[in-house]
Design a binder for this molecule. Structure first.
Ligand code: UFG
Length: 341
């Protein structure tokens, strides 16, 4: 019998791609999602890729009663991948309590129910945001964490600490904390991808929507940073590579890795905003309307990952070239536009 994995937020951007990789690896996936920031049709996309629609529980992790019922129904699961969370930095500053309610209460409920049913393994979506403005680049997992600059970032730091304490108190429990850099792209089939609600905050969905004519112009935030070309530098990791890291992390725990393991998930390469724009134009042949604008408050000038630990311990590395990632993102954007017309 296939081992069952609960994927909270499994209908979202990272959740759908990870569900595909889990199914391809032979796991039986149950998605817990309240569709607050996703659409049930994304699971049809998963089915078109793998031939299997994951089982679905429409449930909010922060709803104590509903989540307990869902866990009771799936107490035979061997692990949980916990994606369900809110993720907009600016919104979290305006609505901090909503972020703590969703991200912290949701996580506490997941951990409580895992303990109750003896489900031992959790993979947690953390973020490079825990490093703040790093003093030394690239950042390794040993790089000291900085105080969070937004309630969103705070929920990631707190989430890591809560899980670490829970594992310390229960030797049967194991956790992997994955610190994502900047996930971008879509599945090469264009059956699944990112579906931002409203105006995107993140660079790539804004860029592809501008290229598609949905937005008039992409504002490039700042050209006077102390970086090689003056633009902000990030580590853009392909969403399919990111997804496969979750499978590697899960197998590592199911294989007996104890305690709390922490991994950076990035490519190890810093890419500037302008470099990304140029690579997009070259890879797709699409001309992008952009303008230089003021710096965005709160932006870190440069951050990229040292991703060697994940390679050494999990045997995982990011493989997809950036041009392919950007072509996939564009293919997905074109498909979404066709569907909406
Ligand atoms: N950018 C633009 N124009 C835009 C949007 C973004 O120039 O319209 C630039 C930003 O200034 C930044 C880069 O593109 O230099 C990437 O910005 P994103 O908003 O896509 O991503 P961030 O690196 O700011 O945010 C990511 C995650 C957050 C996390 C944060 C800090 O999306 O969840 O990293 O680690 F909190």
């Amino acid at each position: 019998m296939a081992q069952k994995i609960i994927v909270t937020g499994g209908a979202g951007y990272i959740g759908t791609h990870t569900t595909v990789e889990l199914q391809k690896a032979g796991f039986d996936v149950v998605v817990f999602d309240n569709f607050i920031n996703s659409d049930p049709s994304s699971l049809d996309g998963v089915q078109r890729i793998t031939g299997t629609k994951p089982e679905l529980e429409r449930v909010d992790c922060a709803d104590d009663v509903a989540i307990a019922d869902a866990f009771a129904k799936h107490s035979d699961a061997v692990g949980v991948i916990h994606f369900a969370a809110l993720k907009a930095v600016g919104e979290s500053v305006e609505k901090p309590l909503m972020y703590y309610q969703n991200n912290i209460r949701g996580l506490m409920n997941v951990l409580d129910n895992m303990n109750k049913h003896g489900i031992a393994n959790i993979v947690f979506s953390s973020s490079a945001t825990v490093y703040g403005v790093p003093d030394v680049l690239p950042v390794t997992e040993e790089t000291p964490l900085k105080p969070a600059t937004s309630p969103y970032g705070q929920t990631k730091v707190m989430g890591e600490n809560i899980i670490s304490d829970a594992v310390r108190a229960n030797p049967n429990m194991r956790a992997t904390l994955l610190r994502y850099f900047n996930p971008v792209g879509a599945h090469p089939s264009a059956e699944i991808g990112e579906l931002p609600l409203g105006t995107p905050n993140n660079l790539l969905p804004y860029l592809t929507q501008t290229a598609a004519g949905i937005r008039e112009v992409l504002s490039v935030f700042g050209d006077d940073y102390d970086t090689p070309d003056g633009f902000c530098v990030r580590d853009y990791i392909d969403i399919n590579d990111l997804a496969s890291a979750h499978v590697a992390a899960l197998k590592h725990m199911l294989g007996g890795a104890n305690g709390v393991n922490i991994f950076n998930l990035g490519t190890g390469r810093g890419v500037s905003v302008m470099e990304l724009i140029k690579t997009f134009q070259d890879a797709t042949g699409v001309k992008l309307n952009y303008k230089i604008a003021a710096r965005r408050p709160g932006d870190v000038p440069a951050i990229w990952a040292d991703a060697t630990l994940a390679n050494k311990v999990l045997g995982w590395r990011a493989n997809v070239p950036l041009a392919d990632t950007l072509r996939n993102a564009w293919k997905w954007q074109v498909k979404v536009c066709e569907k909406n017309n």
